[in-house]
Design a protein around this ligand. Structure first.
Ligand SMILES: [Fe+2]
Ligand SMILES: [Fe+2]
Length: 179
């Protein structure tokens, strides 16, 4: 796998995670009870896999490389991707706050959890689709195979720093399925 293929592979795991989140948000909306620990674990998956692992590689390595190749940081596709990462963080924080209220028995938090979860799912599905179909092919075109390969040492460094992340969060995906 080259670095772009690795990012696309991570997208598949993220999509699997947000499918489970969407299902549980639906259950909440239908009035079913969902264990609040599910949302804590889903937030852990989103924060530490989707954001600090995957989005961090995009922001710190790929987008920087694209910038150097002449892509504007402001007003272009990179700016849109960055603002979507931020918007996602906002939904996750709101979901976390509402879940804290849910944990202590505040039933009025249920709608807020469901709404923020669904907004996150909607945002991320569209975001991933844009990256897979538009941004990554654009990067591949502009950087060429050698430019893509040149990112490999930085990707390897992140894998090393965050070693065990893939395994840990693939296992967590299975656990999320069990709620
Ligand atoms: Fe992204
Ligand atoms: Fe991505």
């Amino acid at each position: 796998m080259d670095p772009i293929e690795k990012l696309m592979d991570e997208h598949q795991n993220i999509l699997a995670g947000i499918d489970i989140l969407a299902r549980n948000a639906d259950r909440l909306e239908k009035g079913e009870k969902v264990d609040p620990r599910f949302f804590n674990e889903a937030i852990d998956f989103i924060r530490n896999y989707a954001d600090r692992y995957h989005h961090a590689k995009e922001e710190d390595i790929l987008f920087k490389k694209m910038e150097k190749a002449g892509f504007p940081v402001e007003g272009g596709p990179i700016a849109v991707m960055l603002s979507e990462h931020d918007q996602g963080r906002h939904y996750v924080r709101a979901m976390e706050k509402a879940n804290e209220r849910y944990i202590v028995g505040d039933k009025s938090a249920v709608n807020e959890i469901a709404e923020n979860a669904k907004s996150y799912v909607y945002l991320l599905r569209a975001h991933i689709d844009k990256e897979d179909r538009i941004l990554y092919p654009m990067a591949r075109n502009a950087l060429g195979e050698s430019g893509i390969e040149a990112m490999r040492p930085d990707f390897d460094r992140v894998e090393k720093e965050k070693s065990g992340t893939e395994e840990k969060y693939k296992a967590l995906l299975k656990e999320l399925e069990s709620y």
